[in-house]
Design a protein around this ligand. Sequence first.
Ligand code: IVH
Length: 693
Amino acid sequence: MNREEARQRIGQLTAEINLHNYNYYDLSMPTITDFEFDGLLEELIRLEKEFPEFADPASPSQRVGGGITKVFRQVRHTYPMLSLGNTYSEEEVSEFEGRIHKLLGEETEYICELKFDGVAIGLTYQDGVLVQAVTRGDGVQGDDVTTNVRTIHSIPLRLQGDDYPSHLEIRGEIILPRKSFENINRKRLEEEEEPFANPRNAASGSLKMQDSKEVARRRLDCYFYYLPGDLSFATHYECLMAAKKWGFKISKYMVKCGNIDEIFSFINTMNESRHELPFDIDGIVIKVNALEQQKELGYTTKSPRWAIAYKFKAERVITRLLSIAYQVGRTGAVTPVANLQPVLLAGTVVKRASLHNEDIIASRDIRIGDLVYVEKGGEIIPKIIGVDLDQRPASAETVVFAKNCPECGTPLLRNEGEAAHYCPNEAGCPPQIKGKLEHFISRKAMNIDSLGEGKIGILYDNKLVTNIADLYDLRADQLLGLEKVYEATENKKEKKISFREKTVENIIKGIEQSKETGFERVLYAIGIRFVGETVAKKLADHFGSIDQIMKANFEELKEAEEIGEKIAWSILEFFREPKNQEIIRRLKEKGLHFEIHNEEKNLKSEKLKGMTFVVSGTFEKFSRDEIKKEIEAHAGKNAGSISSRTTFVLAGENMGPEKAKKAASLNIPVISEVDFLLMIADKRTGGQVGQAD
Ligand code: IVH
């Protein structure tokens, strides 16, 4: 393909992908399959790489991310980002409407919109191209989050049509749909990270991430609701409709109202149906529609006089706290759970609420027998926010936190500085053992789908398996005929399981097949604390085998990418335990993969075998991730920090001064991108490459 053909094809692909994005994200009406879409995008990315002169900041390839923001630049807003006067009282909404009527002395039309519960964003478009995205900050200046915002599919990178103003500012709210929120939290829990409290916090945290590729994975969304500045429209509604035509996402839940009754009717309808929306809203915004009237009403120092936000009260009910149960998780953490008199809240019957830990129970003075207030905010699990002291029965009992594990009786421990209690009986406490087995067989670990929670329960109850290595000793004759009725955790429904011939055959086959699972997943499956999927992959890539990991000391572990002190300690502790060493020995004997195979790595060559690189700065031909992948593709290793074991520091533009100093002090050669390309292209190995300047 020559340059001209490439230019044309890039233009064509860009237009086509933009249209498909709009159809998919804004209209929810895709016209091609995901597979076809990915094909178009891949072609565009390939061409842009080959012909970088045609790279365009508005290219839809920006959606996949890759850019890193180290520090978010502070930017002053052209028009301050004001907040809205808000109220929980219907009376104050009526007063607002009365005040406006009096001030204007004429008929007024209102637009009622959703009040999106997310993070406010101000976008600037120059000649139809997104050039800047800034958070609200203190209203006067905010953070430049443009690179991250470009990954949000519903935000146009280039506007549609030709009648947009050459300079356009628009305001909206970045939100995280509840489904995406649940997925993120599920993953965080799996990786033993603190889950986000609600979608708003998750959206705000996502926007401030340094790696835009990570942001792209978060599936953020954005609705627009305001165009500051002088536009040639008569009403707010016309502004929004024009914005919609230019490609912005405008909610369909919006009404024109001529009087207060119509306003309340919309408020009530949305209050009742808000749980059916795929994202959180926390109220309704009421705005004067005519821009002329808005101008006349003006602003106070903080907010416009022409708008008000009516906020929904968090749904709260009162019910009785019947008892407290203690749940033991896979890692031994013990969580107190309130058993409540069942009560209807936000469309579901609530019977339980998390009480988090001992300190929270004490600080809220929660006693058994109390009438408690239960609330559902953005959170999935309802929480007890307080107690009705006036109605406290004389018989209410102070909570004495469990001293022993409810499952195995072992005295519970609480580490200094930590809020949680935990059961230290890792190898003998049933939920911990079963939890570890369930983790081991799970889809992302060994993926033994012929086993599941119920079947693991039977195997454990019959003393056939008490640890993950026992699975590989199972024989068909031990399993045939076993059965059990059990209560499924996901829906508390009773299920009956019986091990007939076919079931047993599948179980044995599934276990046998799992021996083919690659090292990184085996490493994740064995259940080292804090070693989630991503960390396991980094460890596997860096060390190559379990033997190397077991040999590594604290410092050596920390040299691997993304391995901090907490994870390094946890790995050391795991392998120090003789029981774990024995399990690894048995699993090895059964033939599980405990090292990376070259085919698995899909190596291009072994030119960099035995070399460890520290990558620093930015590169011309590669993004940082790409150059690291290239190192691995030639059998080299990446390390996060420079040490005496580093072979080369691969330096791009703007290498950090600290790194340069450290490399010099340890006499580690610093090589350039060109040196590196020569190393992997040539027959020579890296030995002959000199220092870069
Ligand atoms: S209009 C000058 N409309 O609520 C008025 N704001 O409490 C600009 N918000 O900072 C704001 N939904 O982040 C407007 N439909 C909506 C909104 C909305 C959510 C947020 C926005 C603002 C905050 C004010």
